[in-house]
Structure formats: structure tokens, C-alpha cells
Design a binder for this molecule. Structure first.
Ligand code: NI
Length: 169
């Protein structure tokens, strides 16, 4: 296990579309463990492989208060979406110190493989539903700020580029 480096918006690698996992190897399992460790270390509730510059369809999540229930979704697919949508405040480990409202389906059903390669079906509501939708967006190269107005997005871009320049000096 190792802590992984998280790409920071507007890094163009965050726009990469991830490929399905063909086979769950030891390498995949090590990556998953490192992703979970990185998510906890960064106090995040979700992390997509895209964010650590691995372009495979893998996400890890933990929305529990105790932070002791990590979930792993490999090749996730949304198989049902509630028609009702609600706007909630979102943030992202790739977009530090930035929060804004994004509209998401309030409830979804997702099919994915678990670590052992078995198919699991998850009926997600509330925070978990939002988190899965957010992380699955990363796998298609989408970051939550892409839903905001161009004006807001540019402001965020400028702010983060300035921050990254300062950090590199
Ligand atoms: Ni994110």
C-alpha cells in the first residue's frame, strides 16, 4: 500500500475516459488498497482511479460516519435512475477548497464487480447516491465543476492554477 498522488483540477489528465477492468489482478488489488488509504488520508468520501492517474473503471467510497466501511466498485454501471433530482453542495479531492451546488438523481441502482470479481447490485440513496454519481463522472473524464457556469468554472480554474504555482515555488 502507498499513498497516491491526487491530480488537481484543471489537470487535463482528469478528462481521460477510463477503460473497463478486464481482469482483477494482484496489481488491481494493490491499487484498490492504496486508493482506499489515500481517500482516508485525504478525508474524502470517494475516490476514482482517474484522480490518481490510473485510467481504469474503479472507484472506492466510504460515506459511513465511522469511516470503517470502504466500498469498491469495479466497472460500475447505473442500471436505474430515480427521476427526481436534487441540488446539493459538492466538493472533490481534485478541486481543493471548492464547494458548489450540483443537481443529481436522488436514488440510483448500480451494478458493479467487487474485489473478488462477483457482481454486486447496490441500491443507493442520499449521500451514497450522490457520491457514486460524482465518482462515476470522474471515470468519463468529468469533474463536478463542469456542471457549473463557465464564469464560475474559470474563476475556480484561475484560483487553483495560482495555488499550484505558489506551491511549486
Ligand atoms: Ni471528485
Amino acid at each position: 500500500m502507498a499513498l497516491l498522488n491526487i491530480l488537481c483540477y484543471p489537470d487535463p489528465r482528469l478528462n481521460t475516459v477510463a477503460k473497463p477492468v478486464k481482469e482483477i489482478t494482484n496489481h488491481t488489488l494493490t491499487l484498490i488498497e492504496s486508493m482506499i488509504e489515500t481517500m482516508y488520508e485525504s478525508n474524502g468520501i470517494g475516490l476514482a482511479a482517474t484522480q490518481v492517474d490510473v485510467h481504469e473503471r474503479i472507484i472506492v467510497l466510504d460515506v459511513s460516519d465511522e469511516r470503517d466501511s470502504p466500498m469498491v466498485l469495479i466497472n460500475p454501471e447505473i442500471i436505474w435512475t430515480h427521476s427526481e433530482r436534487v441540488k446539493g453542495e459538492e466538493g472533490c479531492l481534485s478541486v481543493p477548497n471548492t464547494y458548489d451546488g450540483v443537481e443529481r438523481a436522488i436514488e440510483i441502482k448500480v451494478k458493479a464487480l467487487d474485489k473478488s470479481g462477483s457482481t454486486q447490485e447496490i441500491h443507493a440513496k442520499e449521500l451514497l447516491a450522490v457520491c457514486i454519481q460524482h465518482e462515476m463522472d470522474h471515470l468519463i473524464g468529468k469533474v463536478f465543476v463542469d456542471y457549473l457556469s463557465p464564469l464560475k468554472r474559470n474563476r475556480i480554474k484561475t484560483k487553483l492554477l495560482k495555488l499550484q504555482r505558489e506551491e511549486n515555488h
